[in-house]
Write a protein of this length. Structure first.
Length: 458
């Protein structure tokens, strides 16, 4: 059996990469106020900022785009989109949205409010922002233990069931707007969630009469880990595993820009008629009519095809193992990171990478900037820039971890691109004790990592 994992596709079209010099990148980063989000895409050589909306679509998806029915109401493309999602999720009400955060906004605005509490294995940035915008409380309950412990232990993305029950009892079930299970756990190092954990959570939510919501944007990647590493699932298909997990939830939100392999789109799915009616009213006001939401017919065609393709065995095998290749090669270099490697990204422990940079100087931002300076690689800080808060005295309350995420777009880069990333880390390893961090010169009140400006400290 071959050891080399090859891409299960041929390249039919190429997009040029504009190769920059270190001097050019230094100027670009200064102009961007040392925030990789503010760089222009043509200034980036390898873009690992996000796996959201950055996939390369298949020939079948492009063909589907040509079939797109752009009728305002009841389009054929809507019918295909709706039926595909119903077949996979089992939910009866499907609301199309322009992306996942729109589905979050519709559902969590309806459920939220000043007295409400949301619980999650870990809220991601836009999820937390949508919840806190309603003045509700967003609480994280990641599984017990440090995700850096036991590098052979899977399902570190699980939710802490004991903590969830404690919060339900403390606040009372009537104040719990929803328990959100995100698969895979993006803010928790891209780690998967086990079926046993999801089933136990569903039982608890039913017992207390609390809504369980599945954030399913990487449901296929999560299914891969269940099939290969959870007892009792090796004989099931990835699609069957996903269907079982969907059956445990009361509702689901999805950014189709991840595991539906498209550049734009999402949906909100549920079974409750009254909830669906209320959410549909908001959808029509803010997104579009109920049979297209924020999408064109061609978008819905591409999603319907991509949501089928993502469960193919050869694709998921390539996807997970190619991400693992990057993580394991970095581990061999001595780069501190979260293991085992998740499905969509490699998460670097920036605090351990730059041990001399204190948390309040944002070591993750330093690493993200250095990756760009030395390699033209754009990545994403997931630490105290993204999740840090201030106490009443203005002192930073740091995030639980200082991570940098290398999110790998689907079907976009080859192994040689990833070898280039690995070589860049080898260069940075030699400079680990010579770098300084940043202070923040400007930040907005919400989601500051998108637009904040930074000043280098030496």
């Amino acid at each position: 059996m071959h050891k080399t994992i090859i891409e299960p596709f041929r390249i039919k079209m190429v997009e040029p990469i504009y190769m920059s010099t270190p001097d050019q990148r230094k100027q670009h980063l200064e102009n961007a106020k040392y925030n990789p989000f503010l760089l222009h895409s043509d200034q980036v050589i390898i873009d690992l900022l996000t796996d959201s909306g950055t996939s390369a679509m298949s020939a079948n998806q492009w063909a589907g785009i040509m079939r797109g029915d752009e009728s305002y109401a009841g389009a054929k493309s809507w019918e295909r989109f709706q039926q595909t999602i119903i077949d996979i999720t089992g939910f009866t009400h499907i609301l199309p949205t322009h992306q996942g955060r729109a589905a979050e906004r519709i559902l969590y605005t309806h459920l939220g409010g000043p007295e409400k509490v949301f619980i999650s294995n870990t809220h991601f940035d836009t999820t937390r922002a949508n919840i806190e915008y309603t003045h509700a409380l967003a609480l994280d309950c990641p599984a017990d233990g440090n995700i850096h412990d036991n590098e052979n232990q899977y399902f570190k993305g699980n939710i802490d069931l004991h903590a969830v029950e404690g919060y339900i009892r403390h606040y009372g079930p009537e104040r719990i707007a929803a328990v959100i299970l995100t698969v895979t756990n993006n803010s928790g190092g891209g780690q998967p969630v086990s079926m046993a954990n999801a089933r136990a959570l569903a039982h608890m939510c039913q017992q207390y009469g609390v809504l369980m919501v599945l954030d399913c944007c990487r449901i296929a990647e999560n299914a891969y880990f269940i099939k290969h590493f959870e007892e009792g699932y090796s004989h099931k298909t990835y699609r069957e595993i996903a269907q079982e997990m969907f059956s445990l939830a009361d509702a689901a939100v999805m950014s189709a820009k991840k595991d539906a392999l498209v550049n734009m789109g999402g949906f909100l799915a549920m079974n409750n008629d009254n909830l669906a009616r209320e959410c549909t009213n908001v959808l029509i006001i803010t997104e579009g009519y109920a049979t297209y939401g924020g999408l064109s017919g061609r978008d819905m065609e591409a999603i319907a095809i991509g949501f089928e393709e993502v469960f193919r065995e050869d694709y998921l095998n390539y996807r997970i193992k190619s991400t693992t290749y990057v993580g394991e090669k970095l581990h061999e270099l001595g780069v501190p990171l979260i293991r085992p490697i998740g499905g969509h990204a490699v998460y670097i422990d920036a605090k351990a990478f730059y041990p001399l940079i204190p948390t309040h100087e944002y070591p993750g931002q330093r690493l993200a900037c250095d990756l760009y300076l030395f390699g033209g690689i754009r990545s994403c800080e997931i630490g105290s820039v993204m999740f840090g808060k201030y106490d009443n005295a203005g002192k930073l309350i740091p995030a639980r971890q200082e991570l940098v995420r290398l999110a790998i777009p689907r079907r976009v880069y080859t192994q040689s691109h990833m070898d280039y990333v690995i070589e860049t880390f080898a260069m940075l390893m030699e400079l680990r004790n010579q770098r300084r961090g940043f202070s923040i010169a400007y930040e907005p009140p919400l989601l500051r990592h998108f637009t904040a400006h930074f000043v280098p400290l030496g």
